[in-house]
Ligand binder design. Structure first.
Ligand SMILES: C[S@@+](CC[C@H](N)C(=O)[O-])C[C@H]1O[C@@H](n2cnc3c(N)ncnc32)[C@H](O)[C@@H]1O
Length: 265
């Protein structure tokens, strides 16, 4: 396990260019090639309790965030959509409701354990026929160029070793006019609320994670990786630089989460 944890020197340059040799795993500096396995191990550890912990730690608000995020994509019946880093399928289920029986949602995740955890939820929904499971890496999406109407990623992009590569892949698989949506944690804006949120996420969340999910470390990674993620304006510029147009974002719950939506030009 890597050990160089440095909170003092953390920068938001979490995601290395393809040439750099180190990256972050939370606040740890690690060799680039280790990240994918550490992320996989992390989600193997938390998979069986992922939905329960998400609901508990967010007081259930994550469901409303996901609903809003998918609404903002304005998907149409018959659309084909990929849920990158889709995990236990919450966004996929929302999207399946929009695209209807004529559409398809591809639940795409590197970690089979996460998708299997979401399977009972999908099977119990009216959309099980419309959701297709695909195991794969978000940095090399196994879909053809210009093939999909929507590409969404929820709370996943910050886990990639090369975040920009993940966005480039989403751009590549979208048809011209297709929509990208990224829902991600951010840092809330009012200073008093941020102080409260910092205390909650760095102290309460890891303690609850240790008691209820058996891993303090897994729930330390979460707030650390959030602090390293680009702010909403920076992310908007990044998406525009990649060729997305009409990019906008909406802060949710005083900026705890932010949803970005853009269109492939
Ligand atoms: C925090 S979960 C988010 C799950 C779901 N999107 C949600 O909103 O609840 C992040 C997911 O990203 C997946 N993931 C991490 N790295 C990945 C990669 N390189 N390619 C595809 N999926 C990845 C993990 O397995 C995990 O299921």
């Amino acid at each position: 396990m890597p050990s160089e944890r440095s909170t003092a020197t953390v920068s938001k340059a979490q995601h290395p260019s393809q040439e750099s040799h180190t990256t972050h795993f939370g606040f740890l500096h690690i060799p680039v090639e280790q990240k994918v396995n550490l992320v996989r191990r992390h989600f193997n550890t938390v998979a069986y309790r992922y939905d329960f912990m998400n609901t508990l730690l967010s007081f259930g608000i994550h469901y409303a965030w996901k609903q809003t995020a998918v609404d903002l994509m304005h998907l149409k019946p018959g659309d084909q959509v990929i849920d990158v880093c889709g995990g236990t399928a919450d966004l996929a289920l929302n999207a399946a409701n929009k695209v209807g029986p004529a559409g398809k949602v591809f639940l795409y995740d590197i970690n089979w354990a996460m998708m299997v955890t979401g399977k009972p939820k999908v099977n119990a929904s009216p959309f099980s026929e419309n959701i297709v499971y695909v195991q794969g890496d978000a940095e090399k999406i196994s879909f053809a160029d210009n093939s999909l109407d929507g590409a969404m990623v929820g709370f996943g992009i910050r886990n990639l070793t090369h975040m920009e590569q993940g966005f480039r892949e989403m751009h590549r698989v979208l048809k011209p006019g297709g929509k990208i949506m990224c829902l991600e944690f951010s840092e809330p804006t009012p200073p008093w609320f941020k102080a409260l949120y910092d205390f909650y996420s760095f102290h309460i969340m890891p303690a609850v994670g240790k008691v209820l999910a058996g891993s303090r470390h897994a729930y330390t990674y979460l707030p650390e990786s959030i602090r390293l993620f680009p702010g909403p304006e920076e992310l908007k510029s990044m998406l525009e630089a990649m060729g997305f147009c009409q990019v906008f974002y909406q802060r949710l719950s005083r900026g705890i989460s932010v949803v970005h939506v853009g269109t492939k030009g």
